[in-house]
Design a protein around this ligand. Structure first.
Ligand SMILES: Cc1cc2nc3c(=O)[nH]c(=O)nc-3n(C[C@H](O)[C@H](O)[C@H](O)COP(=O)(O)OP(=O)(O)OC[C@H]3O[C@@H](n4cnc5c(N)ncnc54)[C@H](O)[C@@H]3O)c2cc1C
Length: 378
């Protein structure tokens, strides 16, 4: 159960603290890291601009097996055994080898935070950091709008901005970023649907993800210059629904270094969102767990920080070719003429191909990772 020391608004007090671990960002990646540090006895602080679970930025779709593996089914909304893909010339139904589910963001964050044990949580805007201390005992000072926090281990789980990165801040539209926007009209639907249709977006896709009593309808563009508000409104109207509750964000589509200047980067800050599908929740959890395990080994004295940085950086880099392969396909699909897309898509619905491709896709960040490593740790 996270412990809160201070309040919001006018009652916010200055923070001037020393902690063992400072996790910046309390969404999927940050909370997954915190989960792995429970029980280490270390002082762990988590920071976010908003309350935990306050700002949803995604359609919250994930392979069901990940919700099960992390004991997060309490946040579950709806499950799908099929994926329906629409193009201008055909609609294809894929019988998936595993199911996909939607979940409630605040509920999932609350459940995940519970698993993080007694970490301290504060709302603060992270502005940057300064590295200090000695070579053998490095200390980072993280600057926030409420003051400075010093920590031996610092994690940037702040999303695409990579706030604690050393280089130039990446800015859209000149970066490897996609653009996503969605609405959440009230209502129900049965199917998990995708539109690859240039009437909505020249390079990208539209989606409809039902989630109990609401349907999450949106459009993502791989080209950050292409604005997706009008297409989102159009798709929502085409589905006979009324657009409401807009939410959007940039989505990184290229993997980046997962460590830099002694800082660990997890989730979107490391470009851990999968290109082509823009699936970044499962991977944020996966790399968050991997990072958290390396940090836990530092806190229990099994390895030093340098080893943790090296091991986590290598672990992330080993996945690079899979992310790059998906980026290649992301760039290829918009070039396929729509008339060719239809027969190709129908050909791909063959069960053997669907099972093979979707199982390989799941294996990029498999749910078995959650338990495999836990049994090693015990
Ligand atoms: C419209 C849309 C729909 C999507 N749908 C899906 C989907 O269905 N399934 C899927 O797998 N992926 C989806 N994605 C991608 C997914 O949302 C991201 O990949 C995922 O959220 C990454 O998790 P994260 O924890 O790394 O970063 P984030 O979820 O972006 O979390 C970053 C956290 O850091 C905080 N923060 C940021 N800057 C600061 C700062 N300076 N100081 C303090 N706090 C800060 C934020 O408040 C936030 O809580 C979607 C993305 C979009 C835009």
């Amino acid at each position: 159960m996270p412990i809160r020391a201070t309040k919001r608004g006018a009652e916010r007090t200055a923070i001037d603290r020393d902690v063992d671990v400072l996790i910046c960002g309390a969404s999927f990646a940050g909370l997954a890291v915190a989960r792995e540090l429970a029980g280490t006895g270390a002082s762990v602080m988590v920071l976010d601009r908003y309350e935990i679970g306050e700002r949803q930025t995604s359609a919250c779709g994930i392979p069901t097996s990940w919700l099960q593996a992390l004991d997060l089914m309490g946040s579950h909304r709806q499950t799908f055994g099929e994926l329906v893909i629409h193009t201008p010339h055909t609609s294809a139904r894929f019988d998936l080898p595993w199911t996909f589910s939607t979940f409630d963001y605040p509920e999932l964050c609350a459940l995940l935070a519970e698993q993080g044990g007694d970490f301290e949580f504060e709302t603060a805007k992270v502005d940057g950091h300064t590295a200090g201390g000695s070579r053998h005992a490095p200390v980072h000072t993280v600057h926030t709008d409420r003051g400075d926090i010093r920590a031996k281990l610092v994690i940037d789980a702040l999303g695409w901005r990579r706030v604690l990165g050393g280089g130039e801040a990446i800015q859209p539209p000149d970066a490897y970023l996609s653009r996503g926007l969605e609405v959440h009209p009230h209502g129900t639907a049965e199917d998990l649907e995708i539109w690859i249709d240039r009437r909505y977006v020249p390079a990208g896709y539209g989606w409809s993800f039902p989630a109990g009593d609401e349907v999450r309808v949106g459009v993502g563009s791989f080209d950050p210059r292409f604005h997706v508000k009008d297409p989102t409104v159009q798709l929502t109207h085409d589905l006979g629904r009324t657009p409401n509750l807009y939410q959007g964000n940039w989505i990184p589509h290229r993997i980046r270094e997962a460590t830099e200047n002694g800082v660990f980067f997890v989730g979107d800050s490391a470009g851990h969102c999968l290109p082509l599908t823009a699936e970044g929740i499962r991977t944020a959890l996966y790399f968050g767990i991997a990072c958290g395990r390396e940090l836990a080994a530092v806190l229990t004295g099994e390895q030093d920080k340098a080893a943790a940085l090296a091991r986590y950086g290598k672990f992330s880099a080993e996945h690079r070719w899979k992310f790059e392969s998906m980026l290649y396909v992301q760039r290829l699909i918009p070039r396929v003429p729509p008339r060719l897309l239809a027969p190709s898509l129908q050909g791909m619905t063959r069960k053997r191909f669907v099972d093979w491709s979707f199982n390989h896709y799941l294996a990029i960040a498999p749910p078995t990772f959650v338990r495999q490593q836990e049994s090693v740790k015990v």
